[in-house]
Each structure stands twice: as C-alpha cells, then as structure tokens.
Design a protein around this ligand. Structure first.
Ligand SMILES: Cc1cc2nc3c(=O)[nH]c(=O)nc-3n(C[C@H](O)[C@H](O)[C@H](O)COP(=O)(O)OP(=O)(O)OC[C@H]3O[C@@H](n4cnc5c(N)ncnc54)[C@H](O)[C@@H]3O)c2cc1C
Length: 412
C-alpha cells in the first residue's frame, strides 16, 4: 500500500459502490469503510427493474446486492437514506445533507446517474417541476414500483426512446399484454452501438411482437387532461402532428451523471467525473467508478479521448482497478474494459463483448438474423475481430467469446 489510508467513504450504494467496497477489502484495506447512499432501500440491482421485477416474476428480495452477512463480513458501516452534500478534500471531510460531517482520507465516487425527463413532465435541470400523472421514468426501485402499479390496468403505453432501456420496457409491457408504441428520433436506434444490420434485426423483433415502432419521430408535446388537482397524460403528439393515445408514457432518454455534490471540490466534472485511465481523479485520494466515471482513453496517434460506460459489468470491472489505485495513492493499473453487456428483450438475451467500430462488417457465425437467433463477429477493415455478439444464443455466444477473445481488440 503506497500510503496509509484509514477511512474510506464510498458515496453511492448501488452496484459500483458495493463493488468498490468489496474490492477495497479484497485489496487488503483493513481500515474504516463507510458506504453512504441517498436511497432508503437496502442496496439493490437495477437490471431486473425493466425485466423480471417489472414483469412481476421477481420480488424485491431478488434484487439484493448485499447478502445478509456482508455488512459484518466486510466490516461495512452503512448510511442509507443519507445524501452527501459536498466534499472538502483539503479538510478531508464529506458533508452530509443532514448536517453531519465524515472525516475521510479516501473517497470513492459512485453516484451513478439519474433519469433524464421530458421538459414539463417532472423535475428538470431548468427547475420545471410540473408533474404530469401517467408519465414515468425507470431508474430506481421506487420508479419501478410506481410503473409496475400503473401497468396493472394494462394501459396503452408509449415508450419514448428505443435504446436498451426503452426496448426492454416495451418488451416487458408487451409481455404483460399492454398495447405499446415505441418512439425514437433516430431512424435506426441502436445502430451506433450494434451496427445497422443488427440494429435493424432488433427493430424488427419489436414489430414481430406487435410493438408499434415509430422510428425517426420525435415528441412534439404531451396531450393531457385535468385529473384531480393536477393533469394526466392522454397522448403523445409527434413531430408529424399525429397523436398516439397513451395512458402511460415511459421516458427512456438517457441519464445525467450525479456530480452536483462535487461542486467546489476542485474535481473536473463534465458529463461525469473526469479521471485518468486508472479511474483516479485529479486528487490522489479520490477515485470514481461506474456510470458517473468519465475516464481517459488512448486514441489514435497518442491522442487522449474520454469514455463513460453505462453498463453493469463495467461498474464491477472498474471497482478493482479503482480500489488498487486509491490504496496506492497513484495509478498502478489502468482500466481495460471487456465491453460486455447484455439486454433481455422478448425472452431473448442480446449479448455483446468488445467494441464494434462504425464501419465494421458483421459476419454471422451461427444461426440466422431472420430467426432472431444467431451469433456473429464484427470485423474491421483489416479483418480483425473487434467484437462478438449473440441474440438468443447464450451458450453459443459464450463459446464464441472464449474462442475469439484472444483476438478481440480490447476496447479503449
Ligand atoms: C432499469 C435498468 C435496467 C438496466 N439493465 C441493464 C442490463 O440489462 N445490462 C447492463 O449492462 N446494464 C443495465 N443497466 C445499467 C446498470 O444498471 C448501470 O450501469 C448501473 O446501475 C450503474 O451503477 P452505478 O453504481 O454506477 O450507479 P447507479 O446504479 O446510478 O447508483 C448510484 C447510487 O448513488 C446514489 N447517489 C447519487 N447521488 C448521491 C449523493 N449525493 N449522496 C449519496 N448517494 C447518492 C444514487 O441514488 C444511487 O443509489 C440497467 C439500468 C436500469 C436503470
């Protein structure tokens, strides 16, 4: 250990935060370990919120990120329902929103992100706090409970945003028997991540299951009607002036990293907390992990770009790197992401490892895109495998990944 760290506070009690706490203990940290999270729930996992939990096949107990013995085994001091208000690195203090202060000499920033909303439908950055009933986001357990309750009446659902989250919500709502319209401003959502061929296959999969797909259309506004003392959504008006009737609207248009509490700390924050390639911030006693971390990546010819991952696996992969560097007080190891993520839609798992480049060719290895069951590799101009993908074929994907991994270029 490069320097004596006696107290580490991990801020954010989700997958990156709990992962970092475990990683610190694995790395030999035997000092005081405090985990602070502003949600009142025991630490829970988010991926099931749009899948089994929303469908009603999983309960809250299935989401637990900590086992009953973990708190004692990890000698973890948990402060839940506690928001961190600010960090004063010079004084080595974290200020909590309830007025208390914590003396710390190491901090893990794991505050993730919050769901973006449509203007005029909830609290937005411009201070607009008008609530429209029937309009939902899905980021937290409370969001999922509220949406799940609204779906019980099998309402007409419009999902705004056909990224992975929107696609999963559409799929789950169809599974529950709701009529679903899936909107996205992009002509072919997911193409930047999966390439055109596979993205088209995913779009067709929605149509196969009766989801009304409206791509290349954005929201012009919401139609509402008076309801109690507020208003309730009745439809979504598109930019071509058509109105899609809706009882429930789910907005899945991305997240905003939670960095406001770091204002005045001296840390650089712009769409995430800036770190080096080893997840160390500009302060040697502060590291960042998970959805909030924007880390340096090497670009072509020695240039430096940045990247921020919003995938469950990356959060865990980053935890070990950040823990080692925090305890050393300098960057000993750099983050080498596997680029792995998965998504479940219409009973089929989509899995990807590596990072496909924009012009890569997709070569089907097994199965057929038309059947929506296949594995494929992505090849760059030089014929090198950059990534592997599977839809509805977890075993074949696992085999392909193992076989190709040595040749998969590790994404920057
Ligand atoms: C519905 C859903 C489905 C998903 N499905 C998949 C999937 O299938 N595959 C996949 O790879 N990824 C999936 N993801 C993404 C994955 O869950 C995220 O990448 C992961 O949750 C990021 O973890 P995190 O710990 O960095 O941040 P978060 O999970 O956002 O957690 C951050 C925590 O910090 C808390 N916090 C924020 N500010 C403060 C503060 N000032 N003080 C104290 N606490 C604070 C927040 O309230 C939150 O509890 C899904 C996400 C969602 C929402």
């Amino acid at each position: 250990m490069g320097r004596r760290v006696r107290t580490v506070a991990v801020v954010g009690s989700s997958v990156a935060g709990t992962g970092a706490a475990r990683a610190l203990r694995r790395a030999g940290f035997d000092g005081r370990l405090v985990l602070v999270g502003d949600e009142a729930h025991a630490p829970y996992d988010r991926p099931p919120l749009s899948k089994g939990f929303l469908a009603g096949t999983l309960g809250e107990a299935d989401l637990a990120l900590l086992d009953p013995d973990d708190e004692a085994d990890l000698a973890l001091e948990l402060h839940l329902g506690t928001r961190v208000d600010h960090l004063d690195p010079r004084a080595g203090r974290l200020g909590l929103a309830d007025g208390r202060e914590l003396a710390v000499d190491g901090v893990v920033v794991a505050t993730g992100g919050r769901a973006r909303r449509l203007p005029g439908t909830g609290d937005t950055a411009d201070g607009d706090t008008v609530e429209t009933r029937g309009v939902h986001v899905l980021r937290t357990l409370d969001d999922a409970l509220a949406l799940g309750a609204a779906l019980r009446a099998r309402p007409r659902v419009v999902v705004v945003g056909a990224g992975f989250l929107g696609a999963e919500v559409a799929s789950t709502c169809r599974g529950l028997g709701c009529p679903v319209t899936l909107l996205d401003a992009a002509a072919l959502p997911l193409a930047p991540v999966l390439g055109e061929r596979v993205a088209r296959c995913c779009a067709e999969q929605h149509a196969d299951h009766g989801t009304d797909v409206r791509h290349g259309r954005s929201v012009a506004g919401l139609h509402t009607a008076p309801s109690g003392r507020g208003r309730r959504v009745t439809g979504v008006e598109l930019d071509d002036a058509t109105v899609v009737p809706a009882d429930v609207v789910v907005v899945g248009v991305g997240i905003t990293p939670n960095t406001e509490w770091l204002a005045g700390s001296g840390l650089r924050c712009r769409d995430g907390v800036r770190t080096d390639a080893g997840l160390m911030t500009d302060l040697p006693q502060v590291v960042a992990v998970g959805d909030v971390a924007r880390h340096d990546v090497e670009g072509p010819a020695g240039t430096v770009g940045t990247s921020r991952h919003e995938h469950w696996t990356s959060a865990g992969e980053q935890a070990d790197v950040a823990a080692a560097n925090l305890l050393a007080g300098r960057t000993l190891v750099t983050f080498r992401p596997s680029g792995y993520f998965w998504s479940d839609q219409y009973g089929r798992m989509l899995q990807l490892a590596g990072r496909p480049g924009p012009g890569d060719r997709v070569e089907v290895v097994d199965g057929d895109l038309a059947d929506r069951i296949f594995t494929a590799r992505y090849l760059d101009g030089a014929g090198t495998t950059t990534a592997v993908l599977g839809l509805g074929s977890p075993r074949a994907f696992g085999r392909l990944r193992r076989a190709e991994l040595g040749r998969v270029r590790q994404p920057a």
